[in-house]
Design a protein around this ligand. Structure first.
Ligand code: C2E
Ligand code: CA
Ligand code: CA
Ligand code: CA
Length: 280
């Protein structure tokens, strides 16, 4: 049994070493990615549905990494960027890029189009983050009211004393804050009271099965009601089917996002879709 244990341990060490090795490779490749212009933003429409008509109100910017021909999804590299701290620099690029693009689309006729950008906690913890946002808005010409910053509950959970001050500063500039992935992780209703939040995004894990799961239905309904009671906008994510659309419509959730309208696409691919979705 002992010999077997040793062999197991050696095997474990090997695979651990392999894992460390892969991680270092990933981090090395990532540290060059910005300079090599391997990052690209994809965009997904956020749609308002009322009286049976749909109308695009904004886009969410979603980061992609071109490693050669391979398009790497964010779940595979954002954690590494967060660990090395490079997410601060990359996140700054994302903000600049997204604001520039949406301002351009506004000029081209999509008046009032909103720009949603995902934030990492590291970015929000940077000194002077709100001022940095103000500078980017000024440089790109995007109105502050057109910018939505998406944060997650885990970011609020860290309870950094400055988080509240930064969020308040952003709010006073006219920027809106969305609470992403609501209901997953360690939700605390206290956050909704304590922090200046304007939008709740109902996580797609609830929406996906809601139409035929009574308990998920009840949860989704409660979140939508909560948002409405707090006079927040509620956006449902991950809408893929007409059944899900019907359900959300019945529950009075007017903002939706998902493959049903469009997958995230490059700026040039999404533009005609936005134009189509903006025609009332
Ligand atoms: P998220 O913010 O919750 O973004 C929504 C994710 O759901 C996106 O995955 C989107 O492609 C996907 N999605 C949208 N509609 C549907 C649908 O109908 N069905 C299904 N199954 N999925 C749908 P994506 O683009 O892979 O991004 C994953 C996560 O990576 C994001 O989750 C966000 O947390 C993070 N992320 C993406 N871009 C950035 C960024 O620029 N900065 C930071 N800090 N995080 C980012
Ligand atoms: Ca998001
Ligand atoms: Ca989300
Ligand atoms: Ca997520």
């Amino acid at each position: 049994a002992k010999a077997f244990g040793k062999a197991q341990l050696a095997l474990y060490n090997d695979s651990l070493q392999e894992e460390v090795h892969q991680r270092l490779n990933l981090e090395n490749a990532l540290s060059e990615a910005l300079a090599r212009k391997q990052f690209e933003l994809y965009y997904q429409p956020i749609v308002q549905v009322s009286a049976g008509r749909s109308h695009v109100v904004g886009v969410e910017a979603l980061l992609r990494w071109w490693q050669g021909e391979r398009l790497v999804p964010p779940d595979e590299f954002i954690p590494a960027l967060e660990e090395t701290g490079e997410i601060v620099e990359v996140g700054d690029w994302v903000l600049q890029q997204a604001c520039t693009q949406v301002q351009q689309w506004q000029q081209d006729g999509l008046a009032g189009l909103r720009c949603s950008v995902n934030l990492s906690s590291r970015q929000l913890q940077e000194d002077g983050f709100a001022q940095r946002v103000a500078t980017i808005l000024k440089e790109t010409g995007l109105p502050a009211a057109s910018l939505v910053l998406e944060i997650t509950e885990s970011l609020l959970m860290r309870d950094v004393p400055d988080t509240l001050a930064t969020l308040r500063e952003l709010e006073s500039m006219g920027v809106r804050i969305a609470l992403d992935d609501f209901g997953t992780g360690f939700s605390s209703l206290g956050y909704l009271h304590r922090y200046p939040l304007h939008i709740i995004k109902v996580d797609k894990s609830f929406i996906t099965k809601a139409p035929d799961d009574d308990r998920l239905k009840a949860i989704s309904r409660a979140i939508i009601g909560l948002g409405r009671g707090l006079e927040m906008d509620v956006i449902a994510e991950g809408i893929e089917t007409p059944e899900q659309m019907d359900f959300l419509h019945t529950e009075g959730c007017n903002f939706v996002q998902g493959y049903w309208f469009s997958r995230p696409q490059s700026a040039s691919m999404i533009h005609p879709i936005l134009v189509k979705l903006s025609a009332v």
